[in-house]
Design a protein around this ligand. Structure first.
Ligand SMILES: Cc1cc2nc3c(=O)[nH]c(=O)nc-3n(C[C@H](O)[C@H](O)[C@H](O)COP(=O)(O)OP(=O)(O)OC[C@H]3O[C@@H](n4cnc5c(N)ncnc54)[C@H](O)[C@@H]3O)c2cc1C
Length: 373
């Protein structure tokens, strides 16, 4: 009763607050699809808390989900998800699980403890499998921890290199993952729905992708100048989920342990080394590590660099496509990206890129209207 009364009081205040706070000239400009005005991100040097870089495990022909028979053993590959590996993780792991279920075994080794290894391990446990994860690095030291965490299966392949068979796998994985992540929305897994605003004309291939897949980008609509607070003409609005890796990955590890799983820290040198394992089924979720482990020269890194500024709980929307930059508001900091450097192996952030990212965002958000700034 108390809660309901408090809520009703707060709701009755809303129009008054909005009426007092928004300059009369702004009109309906701040009325976004959610109905709540957007707040500005404060970008300045003294608010920067860290800058990091990671390597997206990319293949022009798309991820590899494939079963390989080696003597009496079954190795199922599940790697190469590029800039969408967290997004696709449950989907490709579902495909890998289906392949594993066709064997007579119910015991396996999962190689890798990033988003893909953990999703594979959990789905197999749910089917009654006895699973051991082997990995060189555990969260927080995986590429999955570097990911921005927007649920969007983009930057995963080059269109000119994909086969119809791959596209079938891709569509199946995308739709399975889209549905599965919705089971995980909430504080426990650090997953939430969020509005995205992409500057029209700056999205390139991604604009095409979202337009062709509006069923997984709800509230997909164009907002004209005057319908949004940004200093640009049109923006494309849609919703995605946002996954916070620092919450999500430990929560999956906890689920894995609760279901009786075992994690062993171990680095494998090559395929022969992997085959010293006793488990009859091996699920290879080693991300970029697969390049050397199973000699996949199609796998290459796409370096991405991110700068974080202090969190702002009042900022709850994503921006994309501001000269290739993007902003995700997470509880461990406001993430400012982005770079996509193909075949770049260095994990050292480039100071010139850091400057481009921070100055670009500063200019973008300074020009944005904020009724309370
Ligand atoms: C800057 C940046 C932003 C990104 N943003 C997003 C985003 O918004 N949304 C999204 O969906 N994706 C995003 N990604 C992509 C995403 O991070 C990857 O696609 C995903 O993390 C791949 O997961 P994985 O589990 O395959 O690999 P990893 O997380 O790299 O895990 C691989 C595991 O294999 C282990 N391993 C590797 N080699 C060996 C070996 N030889 N022996 C033993 N163990 C080994 C590692 O130790 C690790 O445990 C982003 C990536 C970057 C760099």
């Amino acid at each position: 009763m108390q809660t309901r009364r408090t809520l009703l009081q707060a709701m009755s205040m809303l129009p008054m607050v909005a009426g007092c706070g928004i300059p009369a000239s702004a009109g309906h400009r701040h009325y976004t699809p959610s109905g709540v005005p957007l707040r500005r991100v404060n970008v300045s040097q003294e608010r920067v808390i860290r800058t990091i870089a990671g390597l997206r495990p990319f293949r022009s022909q798309g991820f590899r989900v494939e079963a390989e028979k080696i003597g009496s053993r079954l190795m199922i590959h599940n790697y190469g998800h590029g800039g969408g590996g967290i997004s696709l993780s449950w989907g490709t792991s579902h495909l890998a699980t289906e392949m594993a279920m066709r064997s007579q075994y119910r015991r396996c080794a999962v190689l890798g403890c990033g988003a893909v290894g953990l999703a594979s391990a959990r789905l197999l446990q749910n089917q009654g499998w006895d699973v051991t994860i082997y990995a060189k690095d555990l969260p927080p030291n995986t590429t999955s921890n570097i990911a921005g965490g927007q649920w969007s299966p983009t930057s995963v392949y080059d269109e000119e290199f994909v086969t119809p068979e791959f596209m079938q796998q891709f569509e199946a994985a995308t739709h399975f993952a889209y549905r599965y992540f919705q089971n995980l929305v909430g504080a426990k897994y650090g997953v939430r729905w969020i509005s995205n605003y992409r500057i029209k004309g700056e999205g390139g291939k991604d604009d095409d992708f979202t337009s062709r897949h509006i069923e997984i980008y709800p509230q997909h609509q164009v907002l004209k100048a005057g319908e949004h607070p940004f200093a640009v003409q049109e923006v494309l609005h849609f919703n995605t989920m946002l996954i916070e890796p620092a919450v999500y990955l430990p929560a999956l590890m906890e689920d894995f342990y609760t279901a009786g799983g075992v994690i062993k820290v171990r680095e494998f040198k090559d395929r022969d080394d992997i085959l010293t394992l006793e488990e009859p089924v091996i699920i290879n979720c080693t991300g970029l590590g697969a390049r050397d482990l199973v000699d996949d020269q199609d796998l290459l890194p796409i370096k991405g660099q991110l700068t974080f500024v202090l969190p702002q709980s009042e900022v709850n929307y994503i921006t994309l496509g501001n000269s290739g930059l993007y902003m995700f508001p997470r509880s461990d900091g406001i993430l400012l990206g982005g770079t996509f450097e193909r075949n770049e192996w260095s994990l050292v952030p480039d100071p010139a890129e850091t400057l481009r990212i921070t100055q670009g965002h500063r200019a973008f958000f300074s020009a944005m209207e904020d009724p309370w700034a």
